[in-house]
Design a protein around this ligand. Structure first.
Ligand code: ADP
Length: 553
């Protein structure tokens, strides 16, 4: 039985079971490759649904996962929401206090956890009242390692012996199906609930040619973690399309990704830029990787560097640069080339594709400047991007104060400062809280970072605004040089590069060499941590103290 009319998730799987019973779901595990087809996947999903019923948790319980990307995690993706429960994906990279907060805030009743993450979860749960609601821990695998978490069982025993079909309920499309928390770069993480309708409409817009189209002959490998905004919705989209799924398992190295692409014939994959930088380095180090099956790499989460787009182009792999947010299920825009740009020269095309793309069908947007007016879409003027649409949340979970700040008349204020050009391409210039205000003018920290990172000897760079008596704020650049690079020469060359392309007043007042830019739980630069780390060094007036001078590595 489909188990749901209206805009709910169940019919996607129902169709895949019927039309593509033999299409495979493949997963890398510590033990090697596991594979089965949609038929077996569906049967196991039914068994999992029965097993959850047997625990006695309510039909609308929130059930959490604390897992990497693998087939069992994918089983929870359908089994939990299609029984009416809510799939809460927890990011295991969050600090303990955030994990405690979100488990308590969501009132999770069951938690599925990977063996390699058990210790982390146990640490967070230790003497934390927030875990009092949890009635069952389920360790993925067929045995339970030593643990203080209780009551606990292993996944295979949990589902074993249960019927392989299930009387799936008819659900309301407005019923919550999923949940993720923002990684909380400022303050406590904020919960976003995804209704069935949101995930359904997100799947549909993603499947359009302006989104990330997939078909039954595609082999889809989400490298973006399944705990991060539903792996950008790919497990749902790939199922709706009847594609083959490939899951890269716990902490995949570039070598693992390369093997999966080659062995499984991956056609579409997705992840943040650092993942592809890793693969690029692996190949540049002389490892021969056959990328001939690969049609498309989706890059998002942070900006895809132009050089990365070109690198894939040279290998006949199309990069689709996408932008989105936890609050948007997550996709907002994808960098397809408009048909009237097909004859443009290559540089113009790459320039366009390196922007954050064109809004996907169904989304509305506006850009509001400092004075509260809508900007002109001329590629120059910028302001904060507001969006609304069927898969954009209208509020945070139990956070009225954050709702007040981040929503206005039904619009989500994205916190991204953007330009939109005459062709409609959105370009993120900065985060609203990171943009540097110097002498009444705005400086994009992101542009400066990209300019600095374009130097071959720079591994990472982060630019932050520091208070300045005369100019309000001035930019200071934190640079992670490549091993063996000469910092003095590097600073001189970077300065020359910036001088050439940017106004004089954009030049950072100082360059500080560091070993690594601190990252958030989703792998993005955490400028908040960077500022905190250097707060005691009093980076005022552009006067950098001696101990942090550029040649002091
Ligand atoms: P979190 O806020 O938890 O770090 P999100 O995935 O919700 O995680 O982050 C959304 C933000 O990430 C966006 O508002 C934007 O600032 C940034 N972002 C996402 N995709 C891109 C992209 N392609 N280029 C630049 N920034 C991006």
């Amino acid at each position: 039985m489909p188990g749901g009319t209206d805009q709910t998730l169940r019919p996607f799987l129902w169709r895949a079971e019927k039309l593509y019973p033999d299409t495979e779901i493949v997963s890398r595990t510590h033990q090697g490759i596991e594979r089965y087809d949609y038929t077996e996947y569906s049967e196991r999903t039914a068994q999992l649904a029965h097993a959850m019923d047997e625990t006695g948790v309510p039909d609308d319980a929130r059930v959490a996962t604390f897992c990497w990307n693998h087939n069992r995690h994918f089983e929870t993706y359908f089994a939990i929401p299609t029984t009416g429960k809510q799939l809460h994906l927890i990011n295991p990279l969050l600090p303990d206090e955030h994990i405690q907060y979100i488990v308590g805030n969501a009132e999770d009743r069951i938690i599925f956890v990977d063996p390699s993450l058990l210790e982390k979860l146990e640490g967070a749960a230790q003497s934390a009242d927030e875990f009092d609601n949890v009635e069952q821990f389920v360790v993925i695998g067929d045995e339970v390692p030593e643990t203080g978490l209780e009551p606990v069982t292993d996944y295979e025993s949990f589902i074993e012996g249960h019927p392989t079909d299930y009387d799936w309920p008819t659900l309301d499309e407005d019923r919550p199906a999923g949940m993720c928390y923002t990684s909380g770069t400022t303050g406590k993480p904020k919960g976003v609930e995804y209704t069935h309708k949101m995930l359904w409409s997100h799947t549909m817009t993603t499947l359009t040619p302006q989104g990330i189209p997939m078909a039954d002959d595609d082999v889809v490998m989400p490298v973006v973690p399944m705990f991060h905004v539903n792996a950008w919705g790919m497990p749902f989209t790939a199922t709706a399309a009847g594609s083959k799924h490939v899951y890269p398992g716990p902490s995949p190295e570039p070598e693992d990704l390369a093997h999966l692409i080659e062995e499984e014939g991956v056609t579409i994959t997705a992840g943040v830029p650092t993942v592809w930088l890793g693969l690029q380095e692996y190949i540049q180090a002389g490892n021969d990787v056959d990328l001939s099956t690969l049609d498309t790499v989706i890059i998002g989460g942070s900006a895809a560097p132009k050089a990365m787009i070109e690198w894939f182009d040279e290998r006949d792999v199309e990069v689709l640069h996408a932008w989105g947010m936890t609050e948007m299920s997550p996709i907002g825009s994808v960098g397809h080339l408009k048909s009237d740009l097909e004859d443009a020269d290559y540089d113009t095309q790459v320039e366009k594709r390196a922007k954050q793309g064109l809004s996907v069908p169904g989304l509305e947007w506006k850009v509001i400047d400092d004075e509260g007016n809508e900007i002109e879409e001329n590629g120059e003027d910028f302001g904060e991007l507001y969006v609304r649409g069927p898969w954009v949340t209208k509020e945070y979970f139990k956070r009225p104060e954050a709702n007040e700040e981040d929503f206005e008349d039904g619009w989500l204020k994205t916190g991204d400062v953007v330009t939109i050009d005459e062709d409609g391409y959105i370009k993120i210039v900065d985060r609203a809280k990171d943009v540097i205000k110097s002498g009444g003018e705005w400086i994009s920290s992101v542009e400066l970072e990209n300019a600095i990172m374009a130097h071959d000897d720079v591994k990472e760079a982060a630019v932050v605004g520091v208070p300045h008596e005369r100019w309000q704020e001035r930019p200071v650049a934190f640079v992670v040089p490549m091993e063996g690079a000469d910092p003095t020469r590097l600073e001189r060359e970077i300065t020359e590069m910036i001088e050439e392309d940017y106004p004089k007043w954009w030049m950072p007042d100082d360059f500080i060499n560091i070993d690594e830019v601190p990252k958030t739980a989703t792998g993005k630069f955490s400028k908040k941590d960077l500022r905190e780390e250097y707060a005691d060094q009093d980076l005022v007036e552009g006067q950098v103290p001696d101990e942090a001078a550029p040649d002091d590595d």
